[in-house]
Design a binder for this molecule. Sequence first.
Ligand code: NAP
Ligand code: MG
Length: 400
Amino acid sequence: MKIKMTTPLVEMDGDEMTRIIWKLIKDIIILPNIDLKSEYYDLGLENREKTGDQVTKDAAEANKKYGVAVKCATITPNADRVKEYSLTKMWPSPNGTIRAILDGTVFRTPILVKGLVPYVPNWRKPITIARHAYGDIYKNSEMTVPAGSKAELVVTAPDGTETRQLIHDFKGNGIVQGVHNTDESIGNFAASCFEFALYKKEDLWFAAKDTISKKYDHRFKDIFNEIYEDAYRAKFEKAGITFFYTLIDDAVARAVRSEGGFIWACKNYDGDVFSDLIATAYGSLAMMTSVLVSPSGACEYEAAHGTVQRHYYKYLKGEKTSTNSVATIFAWSGALRKRGELDGNSELVSFADRLESATLGTIEEGEMTKDLYLVSTLENKKALGTEEFLEAIAGRLAQS
Ligand code: NAP
Ligand code: MG
């Protein structure tokens, strides 16, 4: 008997090798077990071109409406892609479009498995990075400054009054940069982090540099603290988890000494740096999941890697591929679990748990794709092809 669903899952298909994997996961693992109720959006580049990218916006609106989506990796077009796909426009990144509509924060978590040893040996549990995705140096205004110039910060109020502050009197040549953020964006970021920490039942850290940046970073710290005190302290205490603020350099030292198992909220640039550090230190980008959480709690689950273009061209030539599908499988299990929890559908939740165990169990028994085979410390290991690996998981799942 297949598991029934009551509310549709928003399904966003994508491009290249991950699109091939998407169909395999559905055919081999999902559809034989679940009476899948999904609202399907084809975010493959050809369909984005055909619909003038309307499909991406519709998918994001559906995500808002139903609350849970699962997304395949998609191509963000550059000049090469415009030629390759004869595009009429260099369509924007779908992830950017969806993030703007949901106003969410991205949480990235490594998937830990026996045989894949983190570079920091005491990291026994995953560290999740939450990156604020708006403002700071990513929306800056900067100039080179010739010798003898004076740089000032000028803010013009609605009534026209100007407030000026000296930045620097330049004796020699130099540089200057202006950055901003908004209370609203920081507040949404904080709310998404608190919501996600409660969902995962993990401690939340937020770190910045308020001792040096007494207005800018301090505002981040104050907003996190205000929202925590107003809306989350009681919930955190009840859940037995903690929130704390610390300086970014202290956070780095604590993180390295920790055993993992917490969520680390980062300002935009810090998040850019630390998500790559965490992905690398835990061993593999193919073993990293990503979920976009809106301040109201709507979620979009995906893999952190791209469309694995090089493997796709091999696949098109009929060559054997061994592409790791774990992060995409975990995107499905994460979305199905969340859907199950929202609908009170315990069978769906338990399916998600069993699917994750079967996936990890397969790897821990020595059956894995080539990328993991090359780094795994297991002794009896075997490299499987893309489809064989999914068949092995399905076999294990059927026995669980
Ligand atoms: P990528 O698809 O992540 O692949 C980079 C390399 O990492 C691959 O060539 C492969 O190495 C390895 N790799 C990544 N995922 C793997 C997996 N699941 N299994 C095995 N190996 C894996 O990044 P990219 O080549 O820079 O980008 C390709 C396209 O993806 C671009 O068009 C980009 O716009 C898009 N992209 C989309 C997203 C998203 O939708 N979230 C994110 C990033 C990039 P080897 O070739 O050495 O085996
Ligand atoms: Mg980066």
